[in-house]
Design a protein around this ligand. Sequence first.
Ligand SMILES: Cc1cc2nc3c(=O)[nH]c(=O)nc-3n(C[C@H](O)[C@H](O)[C@H](O)COP(=O)(O)OP(=O)(O)OC[C@H]3O[C@@H](n4cnc5c(N)ncnc54)[C@H](O)[C@@H]3O)c2cc1C
Length: 408
Amino acid sequence: MSTRADVIIIGGGPSGVAAAVELRRQGVARVVLLEREPHLGGATRHCSHSPFGMREFGRVYLGAAYGRRLAREAEAAGVELRLGHSVTQIGADGEIAVTSAHGIEMLSARRVLIATGAREMPRSARLISGDRPLGVVTTGTLQSYVAFHGLMPFQRPLIVGSELVSLSAVFTCLTHGARPVAMIESAPAPLARAPFSWFPALVGVPFHRGAEIVDIRGVRRVEEVSFRRADSGVETVACDGVLLTGRFVPESALCRQSEVGVDAGSGGPAIDQDGRCANPLFFASGNVLRAVETGGWAFREGRAVGRTIARDLARDTPARAAVPVGFDPPVKLAVPSLLRRPLDGPPAFPDFQLRFTRHATGRLTLELDGRAVWEKRGDWRPERRILVPIPSAAFDAEQIHFRFREGE
Ligand SMILES: Cc1cc2nc3c(=O)[nH]c(=O)nc-3n(C[C@H](O)[C@H](O)[C@H](O)COP(=O)(O)OP(=O)(O)OC[C@H]3O[C@@H](n4cnc5c(N)ncnc54)[C@H](O)[C@@H]3O)c2cc1C
C-alpha cells in the first residue's frame, strides 16, 4: 500500500501532536502522525506525577491525563493517527518505511517532521562494569513498570544522577513503597537547581557528589554496589536495584541512518531557525533536537515548527543555503545549529539554545563574521538551558560563532 500525505509526523509525544494540530489549524489537508506505541503522549504517559499542561492548556495534568488530552486534541483537529506504527527508515525524497501489525508499508509526504524525543542513557552506553543481574533500569523503564503493569522492580535501589528526572525517580520510589538507599552524582554538584536539589536530603536519602559506580554485584538480582566517592575512598552499599536516571540522548537513530544525519554537539538532527534540516523536506522539533526539556517546552516547539511547515508548503519555493553555527568547548551544543536567510514570517526559534558540558566561569561571546555582537560573563553550569536571542544581523553573516574565554 502506498500513501502520499502533505505532512508526515514521526512521534506522538507533546511536540509531534502540537505540530500536527497546528498544521491542521493552518489548513493543511492531510497530516499523518505515526506513533510506535498504542497511545499518544510520548514520555509523559508513564509519569504518574504533575505538572504537565499548565502553559499550553491552562491547567495542571498528571502525565497520563496529559497524554489523553493530547489524543483528544489530535482527533478533534482531524489528524490522521496511525498508532502502533514504527518508522524504520527515512529516505532523502520524503519516502518512509513503516512497520505495523499489518506488515511493511512505504509512505511519502511533501514534508516530514521528526519528533521522536529522547531517552535516558542505558547501562551499556554508560560503560558500568560488574555482574549483569536483574534490577538495573532507567527512570523511564521504572515508571512504565509502575504505570502500565503495577510492578515495582525493587525495594532498596541506589539512584544514579541528580537531574530533575532523578528527583522524579526518587518520588516514584517513595510513592510506590521503595526506599532509595542513596543517590550518587559524578559531577561535583547536583545538576538540578535549588530548591529541587534539596529534595533527597528532605526525604532522608543520602546524597554523594563526585561519586561513580565501580562495580555492581549480584547473582540473580542486584545485591550490592561499590562506588568511588569524591575523596577516592570506595564505599559498598547493600541494595536490590540500580536506577540510572537522566543523561538523556536524542532518539535520533533514524536520522543517523539516513542522509538527515546528526549534529555532533546535540546528537540530534541539525536544524535552522524554522526547524528545517539541511535537506529542506525534513523538519524536527522537541527533545530529539537536544535532550532534554520539559513537556511544555517540547509542545511549544512543535506548535511553532508546525506553523513554519504550513508556511513552507504554501510558499513551496526552494530553501536558501544554510550557514552553520560554530562554538568553542566547553559549549556542548547550539540549537539551531544552522541559519538560513528568512523568506517571511517570524522564526520558530527566536533564540539560540546553548548548553555547557561542564561547570565553567568565563565570557561567552557571539561573533558574526569575527565581530562580537553579544556577550555575557557567567558561572555556567552543565546541562542548564542558556538562551541567546538570534540577532537579525546573524541572517546576513557568513560566519556565526560562539566563543568562550574561561576565567575572563
Ligand atoms: C521520567 C520522566 C519524567 C518527566 N517529568 C516531567 C514533568 O514532570 N514535567 C514536564 O513538563 N516534563 C517532564 N518530563 C519531560 C517530558 O516528558 C518530555 O519533555 C516530553 O515528553 C518531550 O516531548 P517530545 O514530543 O519531544 O518527545 P517524547 O515525549 O519522547 O515523544 C516521542 C515519541 O516518538 C515516538 N517514536 C520514537 N521513535 C519512533 C519511530 N521510529 N516510529 C514511530 N514513533 C516513534 C515515541 O514512541 C514517543 O511516543 C519527564 C520525562 C521523563 C522521561
